[in-house]
Design a protein around this ligand. Structure first.
Ligand code: TYM
Length: 331
């Protein structure tokens, strides 16, 4: 059965290899079989990013990156969250059926709020409800994400169920997460026990899709390694080797065991050299295309406007039905 696919990405910074391997490459593939809706979630980014210029330029850069990776704005709907009012409208309705206790369990809030919980913005706390609204505003059924989004997606299902139960309806389908492939959790190049992340202060910890060939090669060469001869997968004892092996397999689109067999006896330096070559080969075309696209921001804006119109044409009628279900009078 054809699914309706929805997924989102924050424009807090540019994209990195974790976003690409954990999510975007699957988004691209899913376009062949399903109706796909991909959203740059600027309202989510506003929970941590309070710089208007940065927000605007990151939003365009993420759009360019998605297009360069192969998102086709004709086959798929590519748009910016704040351009479609249904997201905030539905988020409010869902806020009113989501128990506080469910949000208290969210580990990402605890991590992001840190010790200064009282100072954390309300938006950061309600973040997963807006995420549920993103998905449900399109009655999407399949949500391709990296491993770190698992808890948020379970919550989205629970929120859909809570709405249905409270209003005695089957209106929202329960969305299925899709956490697929070899690289559902790409780790930092500097510390194999930490996720590769946009918020890491060290740029050497991640490969950005904007990095040129020399930078990619340098980052891989300087990635943390160990002094054991041969490369094999053992995330407990050899987190860095395991992470680089996983990255290799995902970039080469080969099973991890096969790559492991090839490098089992190889010195770390030799493996890194091969990985750097592979990464440069795979990422340089994306990088070049991104540069072309970013040179024409008006074209990016046009594509995003077109996407927003098509997104609103789906989400608008859903919102009207939701308002009917909850009993809001129409104007
Ligand atoms: P975000 O912007 O942090 O990340 C976008 C996607 O990239 C994946 N990802 C990773 N995958 C593997 N390894 C990593 N190191 C890595 N880092 C990030 C994420 O899992 C994600 O799939 N809350 C979401 C955005 C969102 C959303 C949604 C997603 C808003 N609404 C509705 C799905 C459906 C987020 O912050 O992703």
């Amino acid at each position: 059965m054809n699914a309706r696919v929805f997924s989102g990405i924050q424009p807090t910074h540019g994209l990195h290899l974790g976003n690409y391997l954990g999510a975007i490459r699957h988004w691209v593939r899913l376009q062949d079989e399903h109706e796909c809706i991909y959203c740059i979630v600027d309202q989510h980014a506003l929970t941590t990013l309070h710089d208007a210029e940065q927000m605007r330029s990151n939003t365009r850069e993420v759009a360019a990156a998605l297009l360069a990776c192969g998102i086709d704005p004709e086959r798929s709907i590519l748009f910016v969250q704040s351009n479609v009012p249904a997201h905030s409208q539905l988020a409010w309705v869902l806020n009113c059926v989501t128990p506080l206790g469910w949000l208290n369990r969210m580990t990402q809030f605890k991590e992001k709020a840190g010790k200064h919980r009282e100072n954390a913005p309300v938006g950061l706390y309600a973040y997963p409800v807006l995420q549920a609204a993103d998905i449900l505003a399109y009655k999407a059924t399949l949500v391709p994400v990296g491993e770190d989004q698992k808890q948020h997606l379970e919550l989205s299902r629970d929120i859909a169920g809570a709405f249905n139960r409270k209003f005695g309806t089957e209106y929202f389908p329960l969305p299925e997460p899709m956490i697929a492939g070899e690289a559902t959790r790409v780790m930092s190049l500097r510390d194999g026990t930490k996720k590769m992340s946009k918020s890491d202060v060290s740029d050497m910890s991640r490969i950005n899709l904007t990095d040129d060939a020399a930078t990619i090669a340098r980052k891989i060469q300087r990635a943390k390694s160990d002094s054991i001869l041969g490369i094999w997968y053992d995330p407990e004892k050899r987190p860095e080797a395991s992470n680089l092996l996983t990255i290799y397999a995902a970039l080469a689109e080969r099973p991890r065991a096969e790559v492991e067999a090839e490098f089992r006896e190889a010195p770390f330096a030799e493996f890194k050299k091969r990985l750097a070559e592979l990464a440069v080969e795979k990422l340089s075309a994306i990088n070049a295309r991104m540069r072309e696209l970013m040179a024409d921001p008006a074209e990016i804006d046009r594509i995003l406007r077109y996407g927003a119109e098509r997104a609103a044409a789906i989400a608008g009628p859903v919102m009207e039905e939701v308002y009917d279900i909850v009993g809001f009078l129409r104007p």
